[in-house]
Design a protein around this ligand. Structure first.
Ligand SMILES: [Mn+2]
Length: 329
């Protein structure tokens, strides 16, 4: 699917003060795509602020080495501070629920709205959608935008965009990794992204809390449907006891589908504000996005998520039952 980038170049031609944002609980694709987009917009002489509903997980600190790029809505920035913005570029999401507390500001935003994304599920956000659901990452789309708008890749942008693509492809292992993925990665490495350093920063660093949480989560693993389903839970108590932070739950769901014979893996995470955040992964073709749609969730075929009402003891059996039905078990 090729994207016509003229709506983006039109906005760049006519507006000066930009706002860039992404989803709650930002991942590598969200933050890395922001870094790439900010670089492009600044090359075009634009005044850009990056504001997110969630704080940046410490794991991604290296994308903002001076701590001056990512601003947290609610503590560092208020709606008043953003009244001068003329256009907003929303990355890696197409659903209101993904904007969290920032959604209210975006709903009332009077300027131009552009969404650049690769997710299938989509709300009407009153925006111009620049989407390719076959793209492995939003970072890939930002790379294409840089090409289309004749920008150049600085080492900072390349670092962000390689992080984006690497994280959304499971470090070039998932089936969404194609020859073009590696060609894009090669271009970013040639422009200054240090792949070995990025890997070390992302995967060879940990905290005691994170490792203890990993242990607790693996201990909570259960199977269902004769071993075709595996699921694990992270409770608020687990976080407190281990000293982990909520961001330490990223990637934990991958362990559920690593078990031999497991087709669907689920991770349920109790949220401090109430409710349960859940992630699903599938290995043998079950459509996670469709599975979670009745629960208000969305995502991709092989990976999706949803926010469920609490408590865990009620939400978990409902999802498990839906999985049993979907598997015909
Ligand atoms: Mn993404």
């Amino acid at each position: 699917m090729s994207i016509d980038w003229s709506p983006l170049s039109d906005v760049i031609a006519t507006r000066d003060r930009f706002l860039v944002t992404s989803h709650v609980r930002p991942d590598g694709d969200a933050l890395g795509s922001e870094v790439g987009m900010v670089g492009l917009l600044r090359q075009k002489g634009k005044d850009v602020r990056v504001v997110n509903a969630s704080r940046t997980p410490p794991r991604y600190d290296f994308l903002d080495p001076h701590g001056t790029l990512f601003e947290h809505y609610g503590t560092q920035v208020t709606a008043d501070d953003l009244r001068d913005r003329e256009a907003i570029v929303i990355l890696d999401l197409s659903a209101w629920s993904q904007l969290g507390d920032f959604g209210e500001f975006v709903r009332g935003f009077q300027g131009e709205r552009i969404v650049i994304d690769h997710h299938v599920s989509q709300d009407d956000m009153g925006a111009t959608y620049l989407k390719d659901t076959s793209a492995e990452a939003t970072g890939t789309l930002v790379v294409r935008a840089v090409h289309a708008l004749k920008g150049t890749f600085t080492p900072e942008m390349s670092t962000g965009l390689l992080t984006a693509i690497a994280m959304d492809t499971g470090w070039f292992r998932h089936p969404n990794t194609r020859p073009s993925t590696l060609l894009t990665a090669a271009e970013l490495i040639a422009s200054g992204a240090k792949i070995e350093e990025i890997y070390r920063l992302l995967f060879e660093r940990s905290t005691l809390g994170r490792l203890r949480l990993l242990g607790e989560t693996l201990s909570s693993l259960r199977t269902d449907c004769d071993g075709r389903v595996a699921y694990a839970t992270v409770t608020l108590d687990d976080l407190t006891r281990t000293g982990a932070i909520p961001q330490d739950t990223e990637d934990l769901v991958d362990y559920t589908v690593s078990i031999d014979g497991v087709e669907v893996g689920l991770l349920f995470i109790e949220q401090a504000r109430g409710g349960i955040k859940m992630s699903a992964r599938s290995r043998k073709g079950l459509d996670c996005s469709r599975l979670l749609a009745p629960f208000g969730g969305g995502g991709h075929k092989a990976a999706a998520g949803a926010t469920l009402p609490g408590p865990l003891s009620e939400s978990l059996p409902k999802v498990l039952e839906a999985v049993r039905v979907a598997l015909g078990a």
